[in-house]
Design a protein around this ligand. Sequence first.
Ligand code: HEM
Length: 180
Amino acid sequence: MKGIVFTEFLEMVEATYGLEVVDIIIENCDLPSGGAYTSVGTYDFNEMVSLISALSNTTGISQQNLLYSFGYYLFEGLVSAHPDVVSSYKNPIGLLYCIEDHIHVHVKKLYPDAELPKFKILSRTDNSLEMIYSSSRGLYALAHGLIVKTFEHFEKVVKVDYKLLNESGTEVRFEIVQNG
Ligand code: HEM
């Protein structure tokens, strides 16, 4: 998993819960990196699993809720790191429609070792999008937060429903409807 995901995660934890909680969760995890991340590095995905689990134990908030909040936070970090990728989009549905064929393709060129999810588009209208998230990492709650924040970024209101297509959440169908 790319370092930007870890640096943004620890930034969110510090902004929301304080530096003390950052120190506690790093101490409670047995991290090969020791918790020292750079945005361009690559780290074992299991380190993120440990950090989310430790944050959940420390705060009492479920892992899925934390992943959702993190996705919501991460969106602006990704936009700041790659402003050129995002600036060509005029609306949120257009952006989400192009994650698979443009945005993540560009990311993969920049970072060949990036591990990205797949998005299969089932239907698209001017104000709706139906797509299937699939990734062995099962980070659908992160995707949910990213989707909601994409609409806020364009100052639009959205309703997002999702359905797990298997127990582990490695395949999840999203139904996205923009309201105004
Ligand atoms: C705004 C432009 C975007 C950029 C530059 C971007 C880039 C990235 C990068 C660098 C990663 C980390 C890959 C790794 O750790 O190896 C990632 C992962 C991910 N991205 Fe994007 N992304 C963008 C938008 C989105 C949006 C809007 C969604 C919403 C569905 C999304 C869904 C995900 C998910 C769920 C992951 C986690 C990996 C997984 O689930 O397997 N991304 N993205």
